[in-house]
Ligand binder design. Structure first.
Ligand code: PMP
Length: 351
């Protein structure tokens, strides 16, 4: 072994869902939105001045930040933007979890959380969800270095009521509680109204799901100005220019088309409910989803086998090998037509 190898930071990375490059596939494996972004986004994109690409972008991403402050009725200084919510969450871990006490998040949740904890050498513990995949708030009422809750949770798709989130935030005034609301627009109850009363709460959101803009990599955090300032200081100690001119402009434009946003949300939700009923008719156990995906257990076949069989039919869903969830598939909600193709394929395979 070479001496420098000892100095390498060794980590086991997060593995994102596949992004197959062929066009003729049905992609239900990374919870993207099946609909395109708003026409306002197309317009903003067309109007980009390519000449200006020679310059650095606005390091404060002011147009986007101001747009979000206005959209959510927040004060100046309450919004932080980053390169997708993965970037925002990673930075929040680095900024707020600088203690020797363990950070707490559930055993079944977004599998990036333990990876960030490991890469930053943050100790953590994972209280198990109950047998119905629900959080037990009492598990979060002990000494800790911070808390992370995905609400609605992934990959379970289950939402927690705001009262329960509040109970956890209120019980932990000495640490930062991060609520990851990547999927909240599809039916969860947001923790945003709690920001007025709790200075230890950080709400994290993304453009990747409800705003149909995963490819633009836009995420943001909302919290009291002290928290946002702390994150900005850390960000500016790593990279001043995280947001491109393109992401700033199209991100701001997306906020200006509420009708389109609501219409597409309603469509995804209606398709989700229909697909859930159809899967239940086929004897799948399907959890009640507040997201744009379904967490479904095929009771008549092994999940991993069905995952592979669907792939042979060019339908990509997600399978996780974790002990508690290996019998389930996570299926993103596509268009009605895509979900019909999925159901037909399931009928052929399980026929
Ligand atoms: N949080 C959760 C719970 C997620 O499922 C995802 C998507 N993988 C993210 C955050 C990150 O999404 P993005 O970086 O695209 O904003």
């Amino acid at each position: 072994m070479k001496a420098w190898e000892e100095n390498i930071r060794k980590v086991v990375p997060y593995v994102p869902g596949e992004q197959p490059q062929e066009k003729d596939i049905i992609k239900l494996n990374t919870n993207e939105n099946p609909y395109p972004p708003s026409p306002k986004v197309y317009e903003a994109h067309r109007n980009l001045e390519v000449d200006r690409f020679a310059l650095y972008p606005d390091p404060a991403a002011s147009r986007l930040v101001k747009g979000l402050e206005k959209y959510y009725g927040l004060q100046e200084g309450q919004v932080f933007v980053g390169v997708g919510s993965d970037d925002v969450l990673a930075l929040a871990f680095l900024t707020f979890f600088n203690s020797d006490k363990p950070v707490l998040f559930p055993d079944v949740t977004y599998s990036f959380y333990p990876v960030w904890a490991d890469v930053y050498r943050i100790p953590y513990e994972c209280p198990p969800l109950d047998d119905n995949f629900c959080i037990r708030p009492e598990d979060y009422k002990r000494e800790n270095g911070g808390i992370v809750i995905a609400n609605p949770n992934a990959p379970t798709s289950l939402a927690l009521e705001r009262d329960v989130v509040e109970e956890i935030v209120a019980a932990n005034p000495d640490v930062i509680v991060i609520v990851d609301e990547a999927y909240v627009d599809f039916g969860g109850e947001t923790a945003l109204p709690l920001l007025e009363r709790y200075d230890n709460l950080l709400v994290v959101r993304t453009y990747s799901k409800s705003r149909s803009m995963a490819g633009m990599r836009i995420g943001f955090a909302m919290g009291n100005p002290e928290l946002i300032k702390a994150m900005t200081d850390v960000k500016e100690s790593i990279n001043s220019y995280t947001m491109t001119m393109e992401s700033i402009e199209v991100g701001a434009a997306s906020l200006e088309d509420e009708d389109y946003f609501q219409e597409k949300l309603s469509k995804v939700i209606a398709t989700r409910e229909r697909a859930k009923d159809e899967l239940r008719k086929r004897e799948f156990t399907v959890l009640d989803s507040s997201t744009n995906f379904l967490f479904a257990r095929p009771n008549q076949a092994e999940a991993q086998w069905l995952f592979e069989e669907l792939k042979k039919e060019k339908i990509f869903v997600r399978h996780f090998t974790g002990e508690r969830i290996k019998d389930y598939l996570r299926i993103s909600v596509g268009t009605d037509q895509q979900m019909d193709c999925l159901l037909q394929a399931i009928d052929r395979i399980l026929g």
